[in-house]
Design a protein around this ligand. Structure first.
Ligand code: SAH
Length: 275
């Protein structure tokens, strides 16, 4: 707008200067033109200066309204369904889920359902994220492995509780986007790797907890091997595109494996390659 005003007065100034041959009028027009240019420039600078804090204010307002939705999500969808560990509830309150979903879905980020994140994959329903986290009974000094980074949300939630999270994603663009998002969000205790999580991450094994967020028809043996004695794994087991069973796998201090069915769930398939 201000720019248009400037252009208009430049034109008037130039045009006006050439219209009259009497010296006084030309000088008067030139001074008026210069004066108006200075005023317009001043208004432009003021406009930019005023607009910047306004956009910051609206971002802050957005952040506050998303926080209200998040707190409500924790009360109505998570605590009310029996998730009781305060550190899990706090992690779910802390992590801004709306920043892990595509921009067009931000307003639905705190709904009681999974959401598409591209490449046919989904970010799990908030309750399932909280339940899987609680089942691991994560501790502050733990090192965790996640298979299926997706958006990076589950890794971010876990990272608020444990010391270090290693997470693997088989779809390269998803893995790279999550890595960038987590870096931007300051989650510096998470390391992302693109690759097939079936083999785990030998270099950093053993892990205190392992979380798998894609459904496999069996528990990958390398993951059982890379679980510490006394450690826990949660994994959806069953056929793709059918109802699966969320299983808790516990490895005793002596290395014995015990499995427990927790809940019927529906996850995207565990895949062995992409494309
Ligand atoms: N935890 C994610 C959601 C995961 S969706 C989040 O919080 O957003 C499941 C993810 O598992 C998908 O991104 C899928 O590409 C990935 N995946 C499937 N098979 C995999 C494998 N073998 N290794 C690593 N990642 C895999």
């Amino acid at each position: 707008m201000e720019l248009l005003v400037i252009i208009y007065f430049i034109l008037v100034f130039k045009h006006g200067a050439g219209m009259d041959h009497r010296g006084n009028t030309i000088r008067y027009m030139k001074h008026l033109g210069k004066y108006l240019i200075v005023v317009s420039l001043f208004l432009t600078v003021m406009g930019v200066c005023l607009r910047f804090p306004c956009s910051c204010l609206s971002l802050e307002k957005d952040a506050r309204s998303f926080q209200t939705l998040r707190f409500k999500m924790v009360r109505q969808q998570i605590a009310s369904r029996g998730i009781s560990k305060e550190k899990v509830l706090q992690a779910m309150r802390d992590v801004p889920r709306h920043l892990f979903v595509p921009e067009k879905s931000r307003r639905s980020a705190y709904g009681d359902f999974p959401l598409a994140i591209g490449y046919g994959q989904t970010i799990s329903q908030p309750y399932i994220v909280a339940l899987m986290t609680e089942l691991l009974t994560p501790k502050q000094e733990d090192r965790a492995l996640e298979i299926g980074t997706g958006s990076g949300y589950q890794a971010a939630v876990l990272s608020r509780i444990v010391k270090k999270v290693f997470t693997m994603e088989i779809i390269p663009p998803l893995g790279r986007a999550a890595q960038e998002r987590l870096k931007q969000g300051g989650y510096d205790n998470i390391t992302v790797k693109v690759g097939d999580g079936y083999y785990g991450w030998e270099e950093h094994a053993p892990f205190d907890c392992i979380i798998v967020t894609a459904a496999s028809d069996h528990i990958p043996p390398p993951l059982i091997q890379q679980l510490k004695n006394g450690g826990k794994m949660v994994i959806p087991v069953g056929h793709p595109f059918q109802v699966q069973s969320l299983m808790l796998v516990e490895k005793s201090e002596r290395g014995r494996i015990r499995t427990k069915n927790i809940l019927a769930v529906r996850f995207v398939p565990f895949r062995r390659k992409w494309k």
